[in-house]
Design a protein around this ligand. Structure first.
Ligand code: IFM
Length: 446
C-alpha cells in the first residue's frame, strides 16, 4: 500500500525524519545512568501498566548501530533523539558520567557517518531522582540546574547538532504530570502545576542562553497540541473548550512569543505562579530559529461541575487509534496555520511528532499496518495543504522509529515504524516503514 506522496511533492529543502526519546528506547539500567523519577513512578503500584519501566526498553544502548542503520535505510534526512539528563549527570548536578557522554558522542558521529542530521531534544521527561527529591520542576532552582546539564552535554556534542530544542512537550511536563497526575511525578496539585509550567519555560530560557553562549544555532522549542472540539453546541461546552485551548495549546506559545500568559489560563494558574514570575519573560522570549509542533488528535470537551478549569473530556464519534485517540488530520492544518498567524509569523515550523499506535502483530516475517499508512498519508496531506497556502513548514517527523515504552501505558501501545519483540528485542520493519522507503527514496523520485 503506497503513501500517496513522494519527495517531489514538497519543496527541495523540506526535511523528513523520525523521532524517539532516551528513556523510551535506551535502557536506563545500563551505562551508569542515574535513577529517574520515572523509575520511582513506575515502581509505585497503579501508575504504569504492569509496573513496566525503562530498565531495558529497546536496548538501544547496546543496539545503536543496528538502529541507526534502520534510520538510514528509511531514506529520511534527520533523526530526532533526546539526551537523558540522568545518563549524563546521574545526580542531576555535579560530576558527569563519562560513559553517558561517550554514548551521545557515538550517537552524533554515527548519525553523521550515515548522512543523517542529528536533531536533539535536551529533556524528554527522565528527571534525575535526586532533583525530584528537591521538588523537581516546582523548585525555582530547576532552570539553573537545567542550564548546567545543557552546558555539560552540549559542550560535548553541540558542535555536531543540526538542531536542538530544550524541552519536549511542556504541557506534559507541567499539566499532565502535576495536575492530571498521569505522568511522573504523578501529582494532582494546582499550585505545583502553575510553578512547574512556569519553570519549564524558564528552563527553556536558561538552556537557550547556555547554547547561544556555546555559539550554537538552529535552536527551537517543541510544543504539543490537541484540537479543542466543543462536545456539543452549548455555550458551556464552547467556554470549556476555550479554557482547554488556553491551558493546553496557548499557554506556552504565549509565554515564548508574547511574554505573558492567556487570561483564561491565568484565571486558575495566576494565583499560584512563583514570586517574580513576570520578571522571567526576558529570558523566556529570547529569539528562536524554529518551532516544533507535536500533533496526534483532537479532544471533545464538555463543561463539568467543580473548580477551575471545570471541564471534562468525552468520547467522540471519529475512528480512534489504540490509544483511544480520535483521528482528526485537519487539526494539524489548523495548528500549523494558527501558530504561524498568531505567534511565529514566518519562523520555520517543523512537525516534530506525528503518528499513531495500533495493535500491530508480527505474522511470519511481516507486520501489516495499513491503518498507520493511511494515518500518515492523511496528515502529510494536511502539511502539504498548509505549505501550499503559504505556511513555512520546513519538516515532518514521524513518531516513532520503533515500538517503545509508552510511559504509563508500558510496552502495550505500538507507535513504531519498526516492530520490536520485547522478549527477544528483534526489530522488524513494518509495512509503513517500507512504504516510507519508497516515498522518500531520492532515486525513485528523480
Ligand atoms: O510517546 C510519546 C512521546 O514520548 C511524546 N509525544 C507523544 C508520544 C505518544 O504518546
Amino acid at each position: 500500500m503506497p503513501l500517496g506522496f513522494t519527495r517531489a511533492d514538497f519543496p527541495e529543502s523540506f526535511l523528513f525524519g523520525t523521532a524517539t526519546s532516551s528513556y523510551q528506547i535506551e535502557g536506563h539500567s545500563f551505562g551508569g545512568a542515574g535513577r529517574t523519577h520515572w523509575d520511582d513512578f513506575a515502581a509505585t503500584p497503579g501508575n504504569v501498566v504492569r509496573a513496566e519501566n525503562g530498565d531495558v526498553a529497546c536496548d538501544h544502548y547496546h543496539r545503536m548501530d543496528e538502529d541507526l542503520d534502520l534510520i538510514r535505510d528509511l531514506n529520511v534526512d534527520c533523526y530526532r533523539f533526546s539526551t537523558s539528563w540522568a545518563r549524563v549527570m546521574p545526580e542531576g548536578r555535579g560530576a558527569p558520567n563519562p560513559e553517558g557522554l561517550d554514548f551521545y558522542d557515538r550517537l552524533a558521529d554515527g548519525l553523521l557517518a550515515r548522512g543523517l542530521k542529528p536533531c536533539a531534544t535536551l529533556y524528554h521527561w527522565e528527571l534525575p531522582s535526586p532533583l525530584a527529591d528537591l521538588g523537581g520542576w516546582r523548585n525555582p532552582d530547576l532552570p539553573y540546574w537545567f542550564a548546567e546539564f545543557t552546558h555539560t552535554i552540549m559542550s560535548r556534542i553541540g558542535d555536531r547538532m543540526y538542531s536542538v530544542a530544550p524541552i519536549n512537550e511542556p504541557w506534559c511536563v507541567g499539566w499532565l504530570s502535576h495536575f492530571l497526575g498521569h505522568h511522573a511525578p504523578g501529582l494532582r496539585d494546582l499550585r505545583a502545576t502553575a510553578r512547574a509550567m512556569h519553570h519549564v519555560l524558564k528552563a527553556h530560557g536558561t538552556a537557550i542562553e547556555a547554547m547561544r553562549g556555546l555559539g550554537m544555532t538552529n535552536l527551537g522549542a517543541v510544543c504539543n497540541f490537541e484540537y479543542p472540539n466543543p462536545a456539543d453546541g452549548s455555550a458551556e461546552a464552547q467556554a470549556a473548550a476555550a479554557r482547554y485551548d488556553a491551558t493546553y495549546n496557548q499557554f506556552f506559545l504565549s509565554g515564548l512569543f508574547h511574554g505573558r500568559y492567556p487570561d483564561l489560563a491565568m484565571e486558575g494558574l495566576g494565583p499560584h505562579l512563583p514570586e517574580g514570575w513576570e520578571d522571567d519573560f526576558a529570558l523566556i522570549t529570547q529569539p528562536l530559529d524554529w518551532v516544533g509542533l507535536n500533533y496526534y488528535t483532537r479532544k471533545n470537551i464538555a463543561a463539568d461541575d467543580g473548580p477551575w478549569p471545570a471541564l471534562k473530556e468525552v468520547s467522540g464519534p471519529l475512528p480512534k487509534t489504540s490509544m483511544g485517540w480520535e483521528i482528526f488530520p485537519q487539526g494539524l492544518h489548523h495548528f500549523l496555520t494558527m501558530v504561524h498567524r498568531d505567534y511565529t509569523k514566518g519562523l520555520p515550523l517543523i512537525v516534530t511528532e506525528n503518528g499513531m499506535s495500533s495493535a500491530d502483530a508480527l505474522i511470519g516475517d511481516r507486520v501489516e499496518d495499513p491503518q498507520r499508512i493511511a494515518y500518515l498519508a492523511d496528515h502529510i496531506a494536511q502539511v502539504k495543504r498548509a505549505i501550499d497556502e503559504g505556511v513555512p513548514v520546513a519538516g515532518y517527523f514521524i513518531w516513532s522509529l520503533m515500538d517503545n515504552y509508552e510511559w504509563a501505558l508500558g510496552y502495550e501501545k505500538r507507535f513504531g515504524l519498526v516492530h520490536v519483540d520485547f522478549d527477544t528485542l528483534t526489530r522488524t520493519p513494518k509495512a509503513s516503514y517500507h512504504a516510507l522507503v519508497d516515498a522518500l527514496g531520492r532515486a525513485a523520485n528523480d
